[in-house]
Design a protein around this ligand. Structure first.
Ligand SMILES: [Zn+2]
Ligand SMILES: [Zn+2]
Length: 253
């Protein structure tokens, strides 16, 4: 299995996964042309993607879903509630080939399964994901709200994970955001901090790597996130950070 984060953060999210000949995109938060170019730089054609799967209704995850569907003819997988709220809040435009799932269901694409995990984040019907094929399990766990119980059971069998590591509490406390926004981010339906992310990773006994994702621009930076993780985790496995402005390397599972 290979994974590429094409971009990660409140300015737009999109992750590409390829395994057993199945090609999946998770979220459509960056312009179509950027997703197309970043995939092309790794020799991949976005038109070959088998499914675009949407995590939740926030613009940084769904904004360009209509563009990807029309321009690249991608089948879209989304919950009814998420699509309804996303369409009410932003201009997605006409979309064909929409396939509905319920939060908590498994989606199957040939020999690849995608488990959807309902999350307490403040989207209307948000989910996190575990992609499984040939005994390999990769998590895409961002926009989590807080570290909820299901995450611990999932962490026990993941081989690799993109995990939210949104903010450093000190930077958030002393940063420029208004207090209602600070409360939202640190609250139970916002985002998880560097230390919360690291403590969750500590419970992963099979992890080969973790890629820290959805880092805040104002309340975090890659060096701080990695330092906090290393303080808690030691040197147990490789850590990467998903950039807010470019694609990661190809990460293998
Ligand atoms: Zn987000
Ligand atoms: Zn969100």
């Amino acid at each position: 299995m290979i994974a590429i984060s094409l971009q990660s953060g409140s300015n737009g999210n999109c992750i590409y996964i390829e395994t057993e000949g199945v090609k999946l995109l998770f979220d459509a938060g960056i312009p179509g042309i950027q997703a197309e170019r970043r995939l092309a730089s790794y020799g991949r054609d976005i038109r070959d993607v088998d499914a675009l799967i949407i995590s939740h209704d926030h613009a940084d995850h769904v904004r360009y879903a209509g563009v990807y569907q029309r321009k690249f003819c991608l089948p879209v997988f989304v919950t009814r509630k998420t699509l309804k709220h996303a369409a009410a809040g932003q201009k997605l435009g006409q979309m064909d080939n929409v396939n509905y799932f319920k939060a908590g269901e498994h989606l199957n694409f040939h020999n690849v399964s995608v488990q959807t995990i309902p999350s307490p984040h403040d989207g209307v019907d948000g989910v996190a994901f575990v992609i499984s094929s040939r005994e390999k399990h990769l998590g895409i766990l961002t926009d989590l709200g807080h570290v909820f119980k299901d995450l611990y059971s999932v962490m026990g069998y993941l081989d690799a994970v993109f995990l939210e590591s949104n903010y450093d509490p000190e930077m958030l406390a002393h940063g420029p955001y208004p207090s209602f926004l600070k409360r939202r981010i640190a609250g139970p339906r916002g985002h998880i901090s560097n230390a919360e992310s690291a403590e969750l990773l500590q419970t992963g006994s099979r992890l080969k790597w973790a890629c820290l994702a959805h880092l805040s621009n104002n309340n975090n930076d890659p060096a701080t996130a990695i330092r906090t993780h290393r303080e808690i985790l030691g040197e147990s496995f490789p850590l990467y950070t998903a950039s807010r402005s470019m694609a990661t390397a190809i990460l293998k599972v």
